[in-house]
Write a protein that binds this ligand. Structure first.
Ligand code: IMO
Ligand code: MG
Length: 429
């Protein structure tokens, strides 16, 4: 097996960073293919926490090559900030390549992100305000600037200059706000372009050749299936394709080249921002999960909405991603419950739905159908082998496997690298 794709199965924040780190330490190449610095991937190594947003997690593995693929929206300001933080921590950042087809995030994208959200009022999405949506809008409108544009100073300046004029018109005439300082943006971003040149290349060729040579290539997903622009809870979604299909277009490789697709499942459910959430427990159960699981946004500090594990969602994610395995994260957060519920259906006016519906109205009016399982009610953070787990925890895992038809290949019981039980061969050294 040479390629593994890792996808979020829920609304993001499933603990992808940790599972990805396990695989990234064994990979030759690590590829990001969608999203941007709206992602928060935290990795804890020897008690030290690293926060990654745009740079692939393979950067913490000194021998891995890291690729930012064409499907990513690339924020140069965020990138250089992240790079500086890693270098300050003594991380070698040389092994890094950026696609010449990547779309660039500019300051006007971030401003427009905030303005469009404000205009939506109570129906706002609750975006991360990183300019993700407006940058993908420009890509689809065929007016975006790409990595390859940065390779020609003159061309880059003139294309950017024209875009700033158009966006300033929108900001002033449509939203009645002050225009952005054109000269300042031109100066800053022309300088970024010069500094980025050494990183920019045709990464589709790089990834293809690595796979052909039998190298271990890890595709690092950001966000989650329910935030997918097509398959998620639209319009409360991000603007990219966090599902496994997104790796093909976003890295510029054939879908036939993905050998294994691991779905990251948090042992319960959370979401940030607005949108329907059937198994939400907006009560003392949700509060207990939030406190034990430290469910607050890494960058924004926003409290996350919490609830029981929704297996309707996980079975849907298993189907649309073609999951070959599950990595079950944060199982220890459920250590202090007598009983644990899992959602096995949606009761919509007396009709039980088991396939995730498209309509937000239907989802919003659905009540969770719960199956009650016995809790283990004992700490499991010290378990290092699957056999050490209490019987009730094993039964919880077995129930997930049976309901989704996907084997649970990794179980995580804490943030540290050694709190990981691996039940299948994945990128063995
Ligand atoms: P990781 O990779 C959780 C959510 C935002 C918002 C919606 C749209 O850490 O799991 P955007 O800024 O992308 O236009 O916001 O998507 N969102 C995430 N939620 N984890 C993420 O990434 C997210 N990235 C975007 O909160 O509801
Ligand atoms: Mg997040």
């Amino acid at each position: 097996m040479s390629t593994i794709a890792v996808v979020g199965t829920q609304w993001g924040d499933e603990g992808k960073g940790k599972a990805i780190d396990y695989l990234a330490t064994r990979a030759d190449v690590v590829v990001r293919a969608q999203g941007g610095n709206n992602a928060d991937h935290s990795v804890v190594i020897d008690g030290k926490k690293y926060a990654l947003h745009l740079i692939p997690s393979g950067i913490l593995n000194p021998t891995a090559v890291n690729v930012i693929g064409n499907g990513v929206v690339f924020d140069p300001a965020g990138f250089f900030e992240e790079l500086a933080d890693l270098e300050k921590d003594g991380i070698d950042t040389k092994n890094l390549f950026i696609s010449d087809r990547v779309h660039i995030v500019f300051p006007y994208h971030k401003v427009l992100d905030g303005l469009t959200e404000k205009a939506k009022g109570s129906s706002k999405v609750g975006t991360t305000n990183k300019g993700i949506g407006p940058c993908y809008m420009d890509k689809m409108a065929r007016v975006g600037l790409r990595g390859c544009d940065m390779l020609d100073d003159e061309l880059f300046r003139s294309k950017l200059s024209a875009q700033i004029d158009i966006k300033n018109d929108m900001i002033v005439k449509l939203y009645g706000e002050e225009p952005l300082n054109k000269e300042e943006i031109l100066e800053t971003y022309c300088d970024y372009a010069k500094r980025l040149k050494p990183y920019i290349t045709d990464t589709s060729v790089l990834v293809y050749n690595a796979i052909r040579e039998g190298k271990k290539v890890l595709f690092e997903g950001a966000q989650g299936t329910m935030l997918d622009i097509d398959l998620g809870t639209y319009p409360y979604v991000t603007s990219s394709h966090p599902v496994s299909g997104g790796f093909s277009t976003g890295a510029g490789i054939s879908p036939r080249l993905l050998d294994e697709v691991i779905g990251i499942v948090k042992a319960y459910t959370t979401r940030v921002g607005a949108g329907p959430f059937v198994s939400e427990e907006d009560n003392e159960i949700g509060d207990k999960i939030r406190e034990i699981g430290h469910e607050y946004g890494v960058t924004t500090g926003r409290p996350r909405r919490c609830g029981w594990l929704d297996l309707v969602v996980i079975r849907y994610a298993a189907r649309v991603n073609g999951l070959t395995g599950i990595s079950l994260m944060l199982l220890d957060v459920l250590d202090q419950f007598e009983t644990i519920n899992v959602c096995v259906g949606y009761d919509y006016n007396g009709q039980v739905l088991t396939d995730f519906p498209a309509s937000l109205d239907v989802i919003g009016q659905s009540k969770p159908v719960y199956k009650e399982l016995k809790g283990w009610n004992t700490p499991i953070t010290g378990c290092r082998n699957y056999d050490d787990l209490p019987q009730e925890a094993k039964e919880y895992i077995a129930f997930i496997e049976e309901f989704t038809g996907v084997p649970v290949k990794i179980v995580s019981v804490g943030p540290d690298r050694d709190q990981t039980m691996v039940r299948a061969a994945l990128f063995e050294k």
